[in-house]
Write a new protein. Structure first.
Ligand code: HEM
Ligand SMILES: *[C@@H]1O[C@H](CO)[C@@H](O)[C@H](O)[C@H]1NC(C)=O
Length: 491
């Protein structure tokens, strides 16, 4: 037998090493430079311009620069009663819109984004039925610990299977089945506020955040876990901690592969992700009786059949719980908190006793108006999974589409008379998104807010507390940074 000598292996190892490096280099060059460039050119040829990107970083540094300049500039007054202005929150988009028009393209790292505020394009996307217009792939990378591969981030056959499973659980008849739970909860809330008012001799300064959070989290937990809902409620503080850790998307941090670095933040994220996974699996596996209740059972059953993609059944179950939890919880909380302020601004309640009919009408208007002006969600996002034709534009495969909701919603021409202007341009009012992937919880969210305000406003008058500090802040959502304090008086 011939002996393999080290001297003969070594040169071939070196050769292999060089080949691997060359392939890696070509691959990186393609992913970071050639591909994004090709996509930009395709858009440019159709007249879509945008700020020139830097190698690897795209426009992230420029966004940071514009942001810090805007932070130094004196704050401009807004036309809103409790102002939130798009030009202070997203100064780079305002600048680029001035320079390139509402439809322009920019780059976050090597991800190309098509920025859209044109209602014609919104309409095209709304009417498009193709699954080739899906969720951006950076969501699973960037938001993985929070959303996994559940309904909010998935595409194609996997998404369809999840959507068909979960949608019927949020239809109006299911929402109506939970009216009693909602009324019961708000009645408890009224009693605890009455207690505080009594202690405060007629009025109380209340930070309403935790009450609202408790309302939405209890409700969604009951809808998912039925009688074992308290196990679900226990998960919310962890979910919130996770959201806090992930509040600046790594895609905006401008450090490639940031999420793989062993920072304290990233370690926290990993720990919380594991704990939430373990708790959810524990609820499902150790308490099989919960599984025969409510939405939990439906999701578990759906993990046995149908397209799960690359997920294991356990992973699929956990991810879909997390997605419904988060969609159903925090977005509604933020909208409701803004609504508390806005109800006060509009003086809907202002001490007047309104008859129920009038209250009903005004509340829906207030809710719609809040969702117009203070929507927690800033963008509707999509990605072209193949080349997709939208009206006159051919969106090349890989391009992400961001529809900038606040600019549509604050267009003074479209909404000259507030929300009633929505009839004039239905394509400009999109608080629950558009088209195939539109929000599944719309009925639930509006019902929750209506019940909450009907009961609260029939007992109390609300006004802004001197302890309220107005500071809309964009984290994952656009939220009141310091919470909401209200002076509450019994009527
Ligand atoms: C005021 C409260 C809410 C607002 C403003 C809101 C808004 C949105 C928006 C803008 C989207 C993205 C839609 C798109 O990409 O076109 C969305 C998706 C979603 N929402 Fe809501 N939402 C709210 C409450 C809820 C509630 C209570 C639930 C129920 C549990 C829920 C479940 C979902 C789900 C499951 C999706 C993903 C749908 C899919 O990708 O197929 N949302 N929501
Ligand atoms: C989206 O299309 C539906 C009809 O399919 C329509 O009722 C709705 O107003 C449209 N929304 C937008 C924002 O264009």
């Amino acid at each position: 037998m011939e002996e393999v000598l080290p001297e003969r292996i070594f040169p071939s190892l070196v050769a292999l090493f060089i080949v691997v490096w060359v392939i890696l280099f070509i691959w990186l060059f393609n992913v970071l430079y050639l591909e994004p460039n090709k996509i930009r050119l395709k858009l440019q040829r159709q007249g879509i311009k945008g700020p020139p990107p830097a190698f690897v970083m795209g426009n992230i540094h420029e966004m940071k620069r514009i942001m810090s300049m805007a932070a130094d500039a004196p704050r401009s007054e807004t036309h809103l009663p409790l102002g939130f202005s798009t030009s202070t929150t997203f100064p780079y988009f305002t600048q680029w819109t001035k320079r390139y028009g509402g439809t322009f393209t920019f780059a976050l790292g090597n991800a190309q984004v098509l920025h859209v505020t044109d209602t014609k394009l919104v309409k095209e996307i709304n009417l498009s039925k193709t699954l080739d217009l899906g969720k951006p792939s950076y969501l699973q990378e960037d938001r993985g610990p929070l959303l996994g591969k559940g309904l909010i981030t998935s595409n194609g056959a996997v998404w369809l299977h999840q959507r068909k499973t979960i949608a019927p659980q949020l239809f109006m008849d299911k929402v109506k089945g939970n009216l009693n739970i909602m009324v019961e909860f708000v009645s408890d809330l009224v009693n605890s506020w009455l207690g505080l008012i009594e202690l405060g001799r007629g009025s109380a300064d209340i930070r309403v955040d935790d009450y609202i959070r408790s309302f939405t989290s209890t409700l969604i937990s009951k809808m998912m876990f039925g009688s074992h809902y308290s196990k679900g409620v226990e998960l919310f503080p962890k979910c919130r901690a996770l959201m806090k850790d992930l509040q600046t998307p790594t895609i905006l941090k401008g450090i490639p592969f940031f999420r793989y670095l062993p920072t304290k933040e990233n370690q926290d994220v990993r720990r919380l992700e594991k704990e939430i996974y373990a708790s959810l699996i524990d609820i499902v596996k150790e308490h099989p009786e919960t599984a025969f209740d409510k939405m939990a059972q439906i999701i578990i059953e759906s993990a046995k059949t149908g397209e799960l993609g690359t997920s294991t059944p356990d992973q699929y179950i956990v991810d879909n719980y997390k997605d419904v939890y988060l969609a159903g919880f925090e977005v509604t909380v933020v909208a409701t908190l803004w609504a508390c302020l806005y109800a006060e601004v509009l003086e809907v309640c202002g001490g007047h006793v309104l008859d129920t009919n009038m209250l009903g009408k005004m509340k829906l208007m207030v809710i719609q108006e809040v969702l117009r002006l203070y929507l927690g969600v800033a963008f509707v996002s999509r990605q072209a999974l193949k080349d997709v034709k939208l009206g006159d534009i051919l969106v090349p495969k890989g391009v992400n589409i961001w529809i900038w909701i606040p600019v549509l919603h604050q267009d003074p021409e479209l909404f000259a008379n507030g929300i009633s202007g929505a009839c004039k341009s239905p394509n400009a009012y999109i608080p629950f998104g558009i088209g195939t992937q539109m929000c599944l919880g719309q009925n639930l969210a509006i019902t929750e807010m209506k019940i909450l305000f009907t009961i609260i406003l029939s007992h109390f008058s609300l006004s802004l507390s001197p302890n309220y500090n107005h500071s809309p802040r964009l984290n994952l959502l656009l939220e009141p940074e310091y919470g909401v304090n209200l002076i509450i008086i019994k009527i």
